[in-house]
Design a protein. Structure first.
Length: 244
């Protein structure tokens, strides 16, 4: 059961975190009160139901404790920050397990067609320091994108909620992106007006206006990402948004 202090408006979660940084007792109490949250985040990150007996739950606990120790208000809401740390720790563990499994014979690394090289099988693995650099680069890009979105009155959360769910819509978004790349004046107009040039996009791409309007927030972020050299975010989007 959660500590009644959580529901005391005079004690915010940020204040509890600050207390937890200085006191093991306060830290343990905070963790105890948010066990359900920790388990829920672990389940979301892994895509399956996690119980307190699973190794992933222990990793999520460590992530939550790390979030307490490293949090400051400049990072935004604590629970959102903790969610990111938990997810990162679980991803790190997953990759560590992949590296462990990769220490097998060459024959096992080569695919059945006999043509896949060992290097190709290991291209997704990074060393510990590479992972740190990668995460730092991602964080920096997200911070810069967040600042740009703010000029448009948008947040990262807005974009996540506005992300297309259907392949057909994703293809339309890619079509708009390709049009914007080929017509850089569109980006100039968008930056100057801080609005998505709906009419020009509809005429130039023949994408239905309602589709453009419905995913306006996502399209703004997409165009900003691809026009500002955000290499890591662009690489991530390639896995989501396939060209037609």
């Amino acid at each position: 059961m959660m500590n009644k202090d959580i529901f005391n408006e005079k004690i915010s979660i940020q204040e509890r975190v600050e207390q937890a940084k200085k006191s093991d007792e306060a830290s343990n109490a905070l963790i105890s009160d948010y066990l359900l949250f920790i388990r829920s985040e672990a389940s979301k990150a892994t895509g399956r139901i996690i119980t307190e007996q699973d190794d992933e739950f222990s990793i999520a606990l460590i992530g939550f404790h790390e979030a307490i120790k490293t949090y400051d208000e400049s990072r935004g809401a604590f629970l959102k920050y903790a969610s990111v740390i938990i997810k990162n720790r679980l991803i790190d563990e997953h990759r560590k397990q992949k590296r462990h499994l990769a220490q097998t014979s060459i024959d096992e690394l080569i695919s059945e067609d006999g043509e896949t090289s060992v290097a190709e099988n290991l291209t997704d693995d990074r060393d510990e320091y590479g992972e740190i650099d990668f995460r730092d680069a991602i964080v920096k890009e997200i911070e810069e994108l967040t600042a740009q979105l703010r000029d448009f009155g948008l947040t990262i959360e807005d974009i996540a909620e506005n992300c297309p769910r259907q392949d057909r819509t994703l293809e339309s978004c890619y079509k708009i992106l390709r049009y914007a790349i080929e017509n850089p004046k569109l980006m100039t107009t968008m930056r100057r007006t801080l609005k998505l040039p709906l009419a020009e996009i509809v005429i130039g791409t023949q994408v239905e206006r309602k589709t453009v309007e419905r995913h306006r927030k996502y399209l703004i972020a997409l165009l900003l990402i691809h026009s500002n050299g955000y290499e890591n975010l662009r690489a991530h989007l390639k896995n989501i948004l396939k060209p037609s």
